[in-house]
Each structure stands twice: as C-alpha cells, then as structure tokens.
Design a protein around this ligand. Structure first.
Ligand code: SF4
Ligand code: SF4
Ligand code: SF4
Length: 195
C-alpha cells in the first residue's frame, strides 16, 4: 500500500468521524429542542369530551384511534375528590339500557369494561340506590376513547373524569398524530414545570 492511499484512507476515517460527531451533535441539539418544546398535553378547555357544557354529542375517539401506539398513550382519569360517587353513574352505566329488577341499568357504557364499581362506606344490601360507589379506571384496559369523560357532565355527572396523556407511555413524537387529527386543536406541546 502506498503512502498516498494510506493518507487518503486516514482522511476518510477522519471525515467519517467528524460527520458522526456532527450527527451526534445534531441529535443532542434536537433532543434539547424537543425538551424545550415540552410534552404533549390535552387542553381541558378545548377538548370536546372534557370541557363542561359539551353534552348531547358523540364522544370524540381520535385520542384512542390515532395514537401511533397500539394502545393509546391517552387514558381516562377519575379525580376522586370531585366524584359524586353516584349510585347510577352515567359514565359507568349505559343509562339508555333496560332497567333491571334492582333498579339499575343493565348495560355498561365503557366498550372495554375498563371501569370498576366498588361500594364504599356503610352498605345497605337491600337498597343499592342508598349506597355510595367508587369508580376506578383500569389503565391496562382503557384506550382513552372518551365516552365516560363525555358522560360525566352535569346535570347527571360532576365532570370528575378527564383524559390525560400518560407521559410514561407517550413517545413525545415530533408530529403527534393525535394533534394532527384533533378537531378542537386541544392537543398541544407545553412545558411541564417541576418544582
Ligand atoms: S382528539 Fe382532541 S377533542 Fe378529541 S378527545 Fe382527543 S383532545 Fe379531545
Ligand atoms: S375512556 Fe373509554 S375505554 Fe377508557 S374508561 Fe372511559 S369509556 Fe372506558
Ligand atoms: S406523541 Fe406519539 S405516542 Fe404520544 S400521544 Fe401523540 S402519537 Fe401517541
């Protein structure tokens, strides 16, 4: 091998090395830029399923159907401090279904059976309408379809259930497919402040 070809090979290695450093630097830069842009979140004032006052409409299922993940990174969350613990919860029961002998609707609203209903406090077995209940959402089953969120509105519900992006699951895609599909422009990247 001649001196000239050895030098060319050396320069080639150096150029590739510089290129890799440059690519690495760009990656770090993009990573920092993504961090500065924040994380994808849902604006509760805009989302048609969450915002109070929006009733009598079809639930928007775009959070469930357009996320790139097989099971969306969006899930329903019940804020217990706001929940009325109603016996006939319109987010748990399909209140349009036939009423059984116990006075409760026979059908459930959640298509994935992701809500568990548990009696709390003193239980009167002879009168289920006289008891209070806790409604717990199973995160492994929920896909963020929003049906329960839309149903938990006044006058029957108190708006305690909302949709949230689970940041431990979300890939924080640069162009979030839900944000592109959202009809209300409710899906946006915001910085999360930690104290
Ligand atoms: S796509 Fe938008 S309006 Fe529809 S449920 Fe998601 S955040 Fe709400
Ligand atoms: S968002 Fe949909 S899947 Fe999740 S608990 Fe509510 S109704 Fe069930
Ligand atoms: S950023 Fe990606 S993973 Fe996260 S909600 Fe949007 S599409 Fe799903």
């Amino acid at each position: 091998m001649s001196d000239r070809s050895t030098r060319r090979e050396l320069l080639g290695h150096c150029a590739r090395g510089v290129g890799l450093v440059a690519i690495g630097g760009t990656g770090v830069y993009l990573g920092r830029r993504a961090a500065a842009q924040g994380l994808w979140q849902i604006d509760p004032e805009r989302c048609i399923n969450i915002r109070l006052g929006a009733t009598g409409i079809e639930a928007c299922d775009k959070c469930a159907t357009t996320c790139v993940l097989a099971l969306s990174a969006v899930r329903a969350v019940n804020e217990f401090s706001r929940c009325g613990r109603c016996c006939i919860c319109p987010a748990y029961f399909d209140v349009t279904s036939e009423v059984g002998s116990d006075g409760l609707p026979k059908g459930k609203l959640c298509p994935r059976d992701a809500i568990e209903r548990k009696p709390i406090g003193l239980v009167d077995p002879s009168d289920p309408l006289n008891n209070f209940y806790e409604y717990v959402i199973d995160e492994q089953k929920c896909n963020g379809c929003g049906k329960c969120v839309l149903a938990c509105k006044e006058p029957a519900g108190l708006g305690s259930i909302r949709l949230e992006v689970r940041h431990d699951l979300c890939l924080n895609c640069n162009r979030c497919s839900i944000a592109l599909a959202c009809p209300e422009e409710a899906f946006a990247q915001r910085e999360i402040r930690t104290t």
